[in-house]
Design a protein around this ligand. Structure first.
Ligand code: NAD
Length: 475
């Protein structure tokens, strides 16, 4: 894709309202202007603080501080959008499902990158752990999906992860089938994809990410620093429980693990936050390392999508979770936050122009099949990012192209109702996002979580099957 000669994939005659203009909103704006045929005059931004105000001004987009709250959101939204428009929700503390219900009623297209509750939804002591978990939040989404049926398309959680990793996963499955000479028909339905994963023998899937981006400024004491939303990471990593899609091959149940009552039953949670749930994982650039099983919507949605049932009983499901090695300063920030009894630091910083090196390596690691393990994903450096798009770091670009691809898919498929990434046309989205993802790498490895496990301490491992969660969990 040559600079200045960007393909316009689709035209959109309606208005676009961007809610929230933090790191993701700022990064996606130029991509929308490049690839969606929309009149700049039809775009506006409402948000809760001044971040991104200068960028909005530079791009000539109206910017208003007008936070959405549970008791004002309908009135505020009515002032900005109506039938045939698009609501792009890139905020924190605003209920995704309430906004989707609003969009259904008013016939407005919608996309978000997380199933978010209203402010306090992660901490309210009256709520159960299930209510505060991504499992519970997704169940509220599924209830709305069932209730609304077909109607204006509302794309749920389509950033990087959750989001485009679901498309990476489908590509990876097709590749493994090819490399193991497994004959299959072209998967079309959910059942076809689940059967393919089962037949290939995949036992576990990690969203394995290593963020090695580094700033030229050392972390300041008392400041939470990260490469994307600070409150977003605090909520999912520290306030919510660690969650994992729970595979049918698992023989051991974690000591502090729990099943949820009701719902799809595809995942479990641990009585501890994901930011201190260390798990063994692998990427091509770094080999094996420790990531964190931070809760994410895709751990539940992918596990659910790839479940094979006989009657009501699940006979196949992979274990699925995030294994996130966040950037160095975020690790220090987490440690500092736990020391403050998990109270978020008052000062926040997102690394951006000060980044001097590093890459976000983000992909899916499929384990347990004939060729042991296969990682497929994006290796995107900060240097490449600077040449591709303004106002973002490598982490941000992987998310913002997901938002762009999801928006284009929604405009092209406007009557699908609520959809998750796993249900979308993965090749169409890949076509749009791939030019922005640096190197798309596929790599097999002989690594297992039992490799090199010598220790001066006794270890509780199950040698009969390396892919048991018990072997992956670092304890
Ligand atoms: P950020 O913290 O940089 O920005 C959040 C924005 O939301 C700010 O502009 C803030 O003013 C606005 N906001 C807060 N309360 C609001 C309210 N009541 N009404 C309207 N706006 C409000 O976050 P970010 O890094 O831009 O991330 C945005 C969202 O995307 C977060 O929910 C984050 O968790 C999510 N995210 C998803 C992925 C993914 O891959 N799926 C990756 C990164 C971020």
């Amino acid at each position: 894709m040559k600079k200045g000669r960007y393909p316009v994939y689709v035209k959109f005659p309606g208005k676009l309202l961007i809610v929230g203009f933090g790191s993701i909103g700022q990064g996606v704006l130029p991509l929308i202007l490049r690839h969606i045929g929309i009149d700049r005059k039809n775009i506006s931004i409402i948000t809760a603080d001044n971040s991104g105000k200068a960028i909005a001004k530079k791009e000539g987009i109206p910017f208003k501080i007008e936070p959405l709250l549970q008791d004002n959101y309908q009135t505020v939204l009515d002032r900005h959008i109506g039938k045939g428009d698009f609501l792009l929700n890139l905020s924190v503390d605003v209920s995704s499902v309430d906004l989707m219900a609003y969009c259904k009623e008013k016939d407005i297209l919608y996309l978000d990158t997380v199933v978010e509750p209203w402010l306090g939804g992660y901490t309210d002591p009256k709520l159960s752990i299930t209510d505060r978990s991504n499992y519970g939040l997704r169940e509220t989404l599924l209830a709305a999906k069932r209730k609304f049926g077909k109607g204006p398309t509302a794309v749920s959680t389509h950033g990087a992860n959750p989001g485009i990793v679901s498309h990476f996963l489908k590509r990876a499955l097709i590749q493994i089938a090819k490399d193991t000479k497994f004959k299959h028909k072209k998967p079309v339905s959910r059942e076809d994809w689940a059967k393919l994963m089962k037949d290939l023998g995949v036992k576990a899937v990690h969203v394995a990410e290593y963020d090695s981006q580094k700033s030229n400024k050392p972390k300041k004491i008392g400041q939470f620093e990260n490469t994307w939303s600070v409150p977003g990471f605090h909520s999912e990593g520290i306030l919510q429980p660690s969650e994992m899609g729970w595979g049918t091959h698992e023989k051991h149940f974690p000591k502090n693990g729990h099943r949820h009552k009701g719902g799809c039953d595809a995942s479990i949670y641990l009585d501890q936050p994901g930011a201190r749930t260390l798990v063994r994982t692998w990427t091509p650039e770094h080999g094996h390392f420790l990531g964190r099983a931070v809760t994410h919507n895709e751990s539940v949605s992918i596990a659910d999508y790839y479940t094979v049932k006989k009657g009501k009983k699940a006979v196949y499901r992979p274990t699925v979770h995030y294994a996130y090695r966040c950037c160095d300063v975020a690790i220090l920030s987490i440690e500092e936050c736990f020391g403050r009894n998990s109270v978020l630091q008052n000062e926040w910083r997102i690394l951006m122009d000060d980044i001097v090196s590093g890459m976000d390596e983000l992909g899916v690691l499929l384990m347990g099949h004939k060729k042991n393990a296969y990682w497929y994903g994006s290796q995107l450096t900060m240097e490449e990012t600077r040449g591709l798009a303004p106002y973002q770091n490598a982490t941000g670009l992987q998310v913002t192209v997901g938002v762009l691809g999801g928006m284009i898919w929604a405009i092209e498929n406007p009557r699908e109702g609520i959809v998750e990434a796993d249900e979308m046309d993965y090749e169409r989205v890949m076509e749009i996002i791939e030019p922005y993802l640096g190197t798309m790498k596929g790599a097999y490895t002989d690594w297992t979580p039992l490799e090199g496990r010598t220790s001066t301490f006794e270890q509780d491992v199950d040698k009969s099957d390396p892919w048991q969660f018990k072997n992956i969990l670092f304890s």
